[in-house]
Design a protein around this ligand. Structure first.
Ligand SMILES: [Zn+2]
Length: 236
């Protein structure tokens, strides 16, 4: 019943002000929440969750021990699919972020990638930056993953200093830049001990940010760390 009412309300809202798919700009049907069915079915998936020691896991090798790492789809600036990240990050489309997080869990169900995760931890944003934007895009994606998996969402890593903008920096400079940026939150030690943690972000490029986050909590006794990002830049 509630779904039926929702559907009618959405159809009415759509008649007044049609919503469009951010990827192809086609007008969305009332049963298409954020993306059209066609774009959802043609996402450039990484399939990393099905590969042994995949390209993303290789970024962490020798830097911080992790269980596994995967991303749902590839991010390329020129690709129309990058509009999904752009909308989540800069256009206040927080509901789409939550929805994409849930959708990722459903799409990767067969791989058992999310099985056994106790706690999801979003990559933090420095408080000044978050206040400016109003939300942290990693947090909204983590909300979706938490609700679809039943894992607990905890902001267990905090950003202790703002870092310079990372565009146009090489991997080594990025690492230097992020090294002392993150720290465990006050109660993280007891909350994360002997738990399997999934660190979540919207996109992974060199991995420097997430490596620094993982290093901030990797000393906690019995901790297991896995990584999920909604998208991954094509790693060469
Ligand atoms: Zn579309």
């Amino acid at each position: 019943m509630i779904n039926k009412i929702k559907h009618i309300l959405q159809a009415t809202a759509d008649a007044i002000m049609p919503r469009t798919c951010p990827v192809c700009n086609r007008v969305l049907g009332a049963d298409e929440p954020f993306l059209c069915r066609n774009c959802l079915n043609t996402l450039p998936l990484t399939h990393y969750q099905d590969a042994q020691f995949n390209r993303m896991e290789q970024l962490f090798a020798g830097k911080v021990p992790i269980e596994r790492a995967a991303a749902l789809f590839f991010y390329e600036k020129a690709s129309p699919y990058s509009a999904i990240i752009h909308d989540i990050k800069y256009r206040n489309m927080t509901h789409m972020g939550v929805w994409m997080g849930k959708h990722a869990v459903a799409m990767m169900k067969q791989s058992a990638f999310f099985d056994g995760i106790d706690i999801v931890v979003p990559v933090p944003m420095h408080p000044d930056k978050e206040a400016q934007r109003g939300y942290n895009q990693a947090h909204v994606i983590a909300q979706g993953v938490a609700s679809a998996t039943g894992a607990t969402l905890l902001q267990a890593i905090i950003a202790v200093k703002p870092h310079d903008t990372q565009t146009r920096k090489g991997a080594y400079d990025r690492w230097l830049n992020t090294r002392d940026t993150y720290a465990p939150a006050p109660h993280a030690h007891t909350q994360l001990a002997h738990k399997h943690i999934l660190i979540i972000d919207d996109v992974i490029t060199t991995g420097a940010t997430i490596i620094a986050c993982a290093q901030a909590i990797s000393h906690i006794p019995g901790i297991k760390i896995s990584i999920f990002t909604l998208t991954a830049a094509r790693l060469t």
